[in-house]
Write a protein that binds this ligand. Sequence first.
Ligand SMILES: [Zn+2]
Length: 265
Amino acid sequence: MNLQAIRPGIEKDEAEHRREICAAGVWLYRRGFAVATDGNLSLRLDASRVLTSPTGLSKGMLNPEDLVITDLHGRQLEGRLSPSSELPMHLAVYRRRHDVRAICHAHPPVATGYAAAGIALDKALLAESILDLACIPVAPYATPGTDDLAEALDPLIEHYNAILLANHGVVTFGPDLLTAFFRMETTEHIARVNLVTELLGRQVLLTDRDVDRLLASRHRSRNVASDPCSRTRTADTPSADDTTRSRRDLEVLLAEALRTLNDDV
Ligand SMILES: [Zn+2]
């Protein structure tokens, strides 16, 4: 068995979940997404228990027995170490999104740079990222490790699967650990591509037509959770009015997407 592998899905025994959180920690650490003791990971073992990384340890050096089990209110049920200080943020997501079974929080440097600059990753630059993450907003700054951070995220949790945390980092979530991790990796990739286009001094956004086609395919696959990105109507420079219209359209699409999602859970 490859001890560094993470299988898709959530139907696993507790020992496998523990091993996979440690493997995801190594992935985060080796990619430079979580330096020193940064970052944290969690997953829902069942309706009432959460398995999470402990506070104060490098995510690249976790052992399965280091992990902590809590209930959905943060009360510790198992483990000799204390749970991650960001557990309130994780629990806020689990309480709001019953489809979410795993959460990944890290500080990947380019996406965190955008978070520190207060710039959302909301441009329709990459077709494949629209299919999964659409826009990645910035949540207002709140002190890490406090309930304030969960509150800052609250209005965004239902609409997005990846969120930049101002002056802090990134949180991503999904139906299993592999998806949550991939969304972290994709967020950093999108940030890098954004940065390169900004360095090149030129960005050609997808047109409305392109985005609508992508959204249609996303609806067909029922993989919907968040709103699409800023886009141009043509290759011309978009006017402020275009942007306003797009955002209104997006709100309608978003409401529709959420209805679909709620039907699924
Ligand atoms: Zn953090």
